[in-house]
Structure formats: structure tokens, C-alpha cells
Design a protein around this ligand. Structure first.
Ligand SMILES: Cc1cc2nc3c(=O)[nH]c(=O)nc-3n(C[C@H](O)[C@H](O)[C@H](O)COP(=O)(O)O)c2cc1C
Length: 433
């Protein structure tokens, strides 16, 4: 019997081996407790995905700073939740499965109820649709000491996930979070050596990678998720991404995952809300099911590390075509693994040629809620409910997120940390860090 092209193993630069070419992409689960520690619900979810058939599992974004959360129920790597983190790492183990932790700092993309003075490269507001219920404060440009502190937080986060038993770490450098805020000329207006030229805007990322590598040693896999483009006028472009990858070639990375967009421009799920700039949809891209694969080809040609592309892959034919065209080494799958948590196994066995795409029938504003409610179900040990309507999902999602927010804001540990963060003493400590 012929082996499936997506079943071939892949040896990473550090020596680790991925058993096949399918990865479960990072998806924020919203299943941590009010202390931002992992829970049995998260363990149940990853136990199920450990048997999904994907060779690589990436966790949803774990935060390196407790006051920069993408949502109230993120896992935060704070040292206090280490036993819970170790149980999570254990839950994602399985035969032929690597389980990596994605670590992130949100920078300005944090709800203002959680942080009313978030840090970013510069004091540039997020430009999002206000009626979608978002509330973001104007960020504070980071001081030199705060930049060094954030670099140290990434290194600490990486060391902790290694200690907890994860098989690798992925740095979230995409989707408008802090590293991406430094990379994009739209959010980085600095005139010191952290801003301006691409070389300066990528300095934060490069320093983070170097600090993480020092922290985890030479044999531990490090990946990053990077935007192929911001898809915004004046933003980080695909041409810059190609230049950046040339620089990253010497940085000791094991995997480069390409995605795109941010909260301002949700190309990550294939949607554009405003003008896309010079990387705007071309006929060659529109003809492909995957959103970034046409851009990935140019990157893969010059990349010394393996390339993973995530976003929009739904047919086996589309995945095999991209692999055989030399546009990628690994196919990243997100939402299909929520709608059908065992779809990679069935795909590799040749049982299915197309993955589920329930998002096709949903309004953009319902997509997040729909997939999140399915994550809650999976965390409870249930199967996804494919008959769930967008309206009902959003109603349940708003209730759950509101409760999670109020539990977080009432948590005395969080209140104490926030008090310190906001106090002059803490600013002074950070300035002298
Ligand atoms: C519910 C949900 C949560 C997500 N959370 C994250 C995240 O924490 N980190 C990340 O890098 N991408 C995140 N993403 C983006 C996915 O990793 C992926 O790039 C996107 O869903 C497109 O891939 P797909 O078309 O296969 O779903 C999330 C997507 C969804 C739907």
C-alpha cells in the first residue's frame, strides 16, 4: 500500500521528529480557572487531541504576563500553576505526538477591564469595529527596562513549559500580539533602535528567540507563528516577511508557522474588514482554499527551517498539492479539529477527502462563539454539537466569558497583582529591572 504523502515523518533542525505532516494549530481554549491555571477540562480536551492523529499539537496561547491576557480564562505561566501545567503537558502525550506550548504576550490586545494601561511598542490605539463589543485602552510605550523584562518573561515562560514536560515551545509572533506589534510599522512608531527599519522592528523578536534558546538549551524545539503579512495598508508586508525570514535563518528556529492578520484585520480566519494594502487578495490566492499558501511558497524557498502554513485547509487534495509544490512542510489545522477531533487520523487513513467547515454557514461575529462552545463541550468530555446555531452559541459564549471575567476581576491574587502593576512602586521596579 502506498504511504500517504502527509504521513511522512519530518526531522526538525534540533533533532526532534514529527511523525507526520499534520499539526493541530493553537486555539485559545478559555478553559483555565480564575487563577489562570490549567484545569481537568483542559486536560480532557488535550487527551482527546492526543489521539487525533496529528503529529504535532500546539496549545492555545499561554500568557507570559498575568496582566496581559487575551481573555480572562487564559492559562498564565506564573510558576504558581506549575503542577497544573505539568498535568496539561502529560495529557497531550501520545504515541507519535509532540505537544508544544504556544507562549504569548498580548501587548495592547487586552480587554481594558483586565488592563487599563497595557504595554506596547508605541502608544497606538487598536482600530477595531467598536460595535463588536471590544474595549481596548491606549497602550503605554515600553521603556527599555520593560522591553528587557518582557524578553525575560518569554524566556521564563519557555523554561517553565519545558520543566512542565511539554515537548517544545512556539512563540506567538503573529496576529497583532506584542511581538507582532513590534514588527508592524503601523503599531511600532519608535525612533530608537527597537523601531524604524525592519532590522530594528525585528530586534525584539530576535532577542526573545535568543533568550528562549539560552533558557531551553540546544535540543528543545522552538517554533514561531509569524504573519505572512498584516494585510493592512502601511503594515508588515509579505516582502518584509521574506526579508525577516532571511534574518531568522540564523536564529536557531525549528519551525516557522505562517498565518496573517490581527484583530484589526481578521485574515487569520480568511476575512478582510478593510483595505488589504499591497498583499491584497490576488487571483492566485483566491483560487486556493488556504489563505496564505501563495505567500508561503516564497518564504519556503528561502527558509532554512521547516515551514508550516495554517488557515483554510479543508481538502486532502489542497494539502497534498501544497506539500508537493514545495510551499510547506507541515499543514496546520485549526477549526476542523474542533468540529471533528479525530479528522487527521481519518484523513491519513484515506477515509475522508474533505474536512468539516461549519464556519461556512456562520456569520463572522458568530464564528468565535460557535467554536468556543464546542471547546467547552470537548472539555466536558462531550462530542461537538454540529447542530448548534450561531445565535445560541454566541448567547452561551457571552454568558460564560462574562462570568469568567467577573471571576478573574474578583480573584484577590489578580487584584493584588494589578494593584502592584498600577502603583508607582511597580513602575519603578520595572524601570530598574
Ligand atoms: C477559537 C479559536 C482560537 C484561536 N486561538 C489562537 C491562539 O491562541 N493562537 C494562535 O496562534 N492562533 C489562534 N487561532 C487561529 C488558529 O490557530 C488558526 O490560525 C485559524 O483558525 C485558521 O486555521 P483554520 O482555518 O484551520 O481554522 C484561533 C482560532 C480559533 C478559531
Amino acid at each position: 500500500m502506498m504511504t500517504h504523502p502527509l504521513s511522512q515523518p519530518l526531522v526538525l533542525p534540533c533533532g526532534a521528529v514529527l511523525s507526520n505532516r499534520i499539526a493541530k494549530a493553537a486555539m485559545s481554549e478559555g478553559l483555565a480557572d480564575a487563577h489562570n491555571h490549567s484545569t481537568p477540562r483542559l486536560e480532557r480536551l488535550y487527551k482527546r487531541w492526543a489521539g487525533s492523529g496529528a503529529g504535532l499539537l500546539l496549545s492555545g496561547n499561554l500568557q507570559v504576563d498575568c496582566l496581559h491576557l487575551e481573555r480572562p480564562s487564559n492559562v498564565v505561566i506564573d510558576g504558581r500553576g506549575q503542577a497544573e501545567l505539568a498535568r496539561l503537558a502529560e495529557a497531550g502525550k501520545g504515541e507519535g505526538v509532540q505537544f508544544w506550548a504556544q507562549i504569548s504576550h498580548t501587548g495592547r490586545q487586552v480587554d481594558s477591564h483586565i488592563n487599563s494601561a497595557p504595554l506596547s511598542s508605541s502608544a497606538v490605539d487598536i482600530d477595531v469595529i467598536r460595535d463588536a463589543g471590544f474595549s481596548f485602552a491606549t497602550p503605554k510605550p515600553m521603556t527599555e527596562a520593560e522591553i528587557q523584562y518582557a524578553i525575560a518573561q518569554f524566556a521564563y515562560g519557555a523554561r517553565q513549559v519545558k520543566k512542565a514536560g511539554f515537548d517544545g515551545v512556539s512563540l506567538h509572533a503573529a496576529h497583532g500580539y506584542l511581538i507582532s506589534q513590534f514588527l508592524s510599522p503601523l503599531s511600532n512608531r519608535r525612533t530608537d533602535y527597537w523601531g524604524g527599519s525592519l532590522e530594528n522592528r525585528s530586534r525584539f523578536l530576535l532577542e526573545v528567540i535568543a533568550a528562549v534558546r539560552r533558557g531551553v538549551g540546544p535540543n528543545f524545539p522552538i517554533g514561531i507563528k509569524l504573519n505572512a503579512s498584516d494585510f493592512q495598508k502601511g503594515g508588515f508586508t509579505n516582502a518584509e516577511c521574506v526579508e525577516l525570514v532571511k534574518i531568522l535563518n540564523d536564529s536557531g528556529l525549528d519551525l516557522l508557522e505562517l498565518s496573517g492578520g490581527s484583530l484589526e484585520q481578521p485574515k487569520v480566519v480568511g476575512v478582510a474588514l478593510k483595505e488589504e494594502g499591497e498583499d491584497g487578495t490576488r487571483a492566485s490566492t483566491a483560487a486556493r482554499e488556504a489563505y496564505f499558501v501563495a505567500f508561503a511558497g516564497a518564504v519556503r524557498k528561502i527558509a532554512k527551517m521547516p515551514v508550516m502554513v495554517t488557515g483554510g485547509f479543508r481538502t486532502v487534495a489542497g494539502m497534498v498539492e501544497a506539500l508537493e509544490n514545495g510551499e510547506l512542510d507541515i499543514v496546520g489545522l485549526g477549526r476542523p479539529l474542533i468540529a471533528d477531533p479525530e479528522c487527521p487520523r481519518r484523513l491519513l487513513a484515506g477515509e475522508i477527502a474533505r474536512l468539516p467547515s461549519p464556519e461556512d454557514g456562520l456569520h463572522l461575529l458568530h464564528i468565535l462563539g460557535w467554536f468556543n462552545i464546542q471547546l467547552v463541550r470537548l472539555g466536558e468530555g462531550l462530542d461537538p454539537d454540529l447542530s448548534l446555531t450561531g445565535e445560541s452559541a454566541v448567547e452561551q459564549f457571552i454568558q460564560i466569558e462574562s462570568k469568567n471575567m467577573s471571576d478573574l476581576l474578583q480573584n484577590p491574587v489578580y487584584q493584588e497583582l494589578r494593584h502592584h502593576y498600577e502603583s508607582d512602586m511597580a513602575s519603578e521596579l520595572r524601570a530598574n529591572a
